[in-house]
Design a protein around this ligand. Structure first.
Ligand code: NAG
Ligand code: NAG
Ligand code: NAG
Length: 433
């Protein structure tokens, strides 16, 4: 009898031991899975992965973003390989065909079709996208990748395609915009001339359309086809909120060398001086120097469209040289314009301090220990003394406070764009955790 009892005891002990083991295992397993971020479970399909059919995926973007020599060298070799150059291009016809089925297009190109957060949903933005024909050969692809990088359903996008663009380009971009209710073609397209008035007019036309189409957006950002974001939509919203109603754009004293741009009259085509001297500015408004890229609140845009002083300034500026490089900067210092600052020099803002755009000019490049240098040397190449970023510029770029950078070119360095879009998408999804 006692023998049987002992067997019973042993069995019970074994049973308890097994239960305990199972309990300990059950503690270990959730520990392991809990390390995985939640987005992998919820929005995994929106991540750009190596299963996508991008030829650029042979590059190690993690290494590139960390500035690793080996990864950068491989990227550099690829970008100069003819075969690689050929296969990476998305032809215009692809877009015409793929947009026949908008839902499929949005899914296959992984567009974000719902607001990723309440904060973003409550802070819609308005974009003016001015795509020049001469920007780049494959500019439909450039445009679409830029749109995809900044697209969210709560924002609103006005697209200005240069009037002289070929019909096929116009058709492809129109087909893309028709797949999104909040993306539209500008109502009045103009012929954009370098350094001429029409560059400003294109943005003005989009401003008017954006202002009229929606009353809810908070900030306006203008882009061209060679810009690319450095921040996610959430980061952009947070940066704009922290401006507390202010605007962020270059606005400085006009350098002596540029003064003749506004003291002489110019013919728009060819940028030739007409020999005529210009009258003083209306209301004696002081002219300030800046660039074409701005981040401004809704009230600034309302002033541009309605303020009598600004209407007069616009008329006055139509025969000046490169008005995009002083008009916005000047409006930013007119008293009463929402988010503006006083004309006094103490309020001058450089392009480095403004968040609108990171542009690297060749003559400001240099090493960190140089007293003159503003930024490190361009790792891509230069066009008209402006750096067209290469993969080697990314590590430095993503640390800057600017919302966007210029210039990127999918023809010359597709890997820079590829790694940047991958990095931003991953960040946007991980922000959800
Ligand atoms: C890419 O680079 C990262 C960072 O150095 C490294 O950890 C990873 O192993 C590399 N991946 C591949 C596939 O080489
Ligand atoms: C157009 O798309 C369909 C499927 O969406 C595909 O079968 C066809 O080959 C495409 N045509 C061209 C010219 O790309
Ligand atoms: C905005 O819309 C109103 C009414 O539709 C129109 O009268 C006005 O001209 C538009 N303004 C601009 C700047 O397009």
């Amino acid at each position: 009898m006692w023998f049987l009892k002992r067997g019973w005891w042993l069995q019970l002990l074994q049973f308890i031991a097994v239960l305990g083991l199972l309990w300990m295992l059950s503690l270990l397993i959730p520990l392991k899975t809990a390390r995985r971020p939640a987005y992998i479970l919820r929005y995994q399909w929106l991540e750009y992965t190596n299963n996508d059919e991008s030829p650029e995926k042979v590059c190690n973007c993690t290494g590139i973003l960390q500035g690793e020599k080996e990864a950068l060298l491989k990227a550099k070799l690829l970008t100069i390989t003819k075969d690689f150059q050929k296969i990476i291009q998305i032809p215009d016809e692809y877009y015409i065909n793929a947009t026949q089925d908008c839902r499929k297009f949005q899914t296959s190109r992984k567009y974000i079709t719902f607001p990723l957060s309440k904060e973003e949903e409550e802070f819609p933005l308005a974009y003016s996208m001015v795509v020049h024909h001469k920007d780049t050969f494959h500019f439909v692809q450039n445009f679409e990748r830029l749109l995809r990088a900044i697209y969210t359903p709560q924002n609103i996008y006005c697209v200005h395609v240069d009037k002289k663009a070929p019909a096929s380009v116009f058709a492809a971009i129109k087909a893309i915009t028709s797949c999104f209710p909040n993306v539209f073609m500008v109502s009045k397209a103009v012929n954009v001339v370098y350094a001429g008035w029409t560059r400003v007019q294109a943005d003005l036309n989009c401003m008017a359309d954006l202002y009229n189409t929606s009353t809810t957006w908070k900030y306006f950002i203008n882009l061209c086809g060679q810009d690319f974001p450095l921040k996610t939509n959430l980061e952009i919203v947070q940066a704009l909120r922290s401006l507390k109603g202010g605007n962020s754009l270059e606005s400085e004293e006009m350098p002596q060398g540029k003064k003749k741009r506004v003291t002489n009259a110019y013919q728009v085509v060819g940028g030739k001086r007409t020999g005529k001297t210009k009258d003083p500015t209306p209301f004696n408004l002081p002219i300030l120097s800046g660039n074409a890229y701005i981040v401004v609140n809704r009230g600034y845009v309302r002033s541009v469209l309605e303020d009598k002083r600004i209407q007069a300034l616009i008329e006055w500026a139509k025969d000046t040289y490169s008005p995009d490089e002083f008009l916005w900067a000047t409006i930013q210092r007119i008293p009463g314009v929402p988010g503006s600052t006083w004309p006094n020099r103490k309020f001058d803002m450089t392009d480095i301090n403004a968040i609108a755009r990171m542009v690297k000019w060749q003559w400001h490049e240099g090493s960190e220990d140089s007293v003159q240098a503003v930024y490190p040397e361009c790792k891509g190449h230069h066009v008209r003394s402006i750096c067209v970023y290469g993969a080697g510029d990314l590590q430095w770029l993503i640390e800057q406070h600017h919302l966007f950078a210029n210039k990127f070119d999918a023809d010359r360095d597709p890997i820079a764009i590829y790694c940047l879009e991958k990095y931003l998408r991953h960040k946007a999804l991980i922000e959800l955790v």
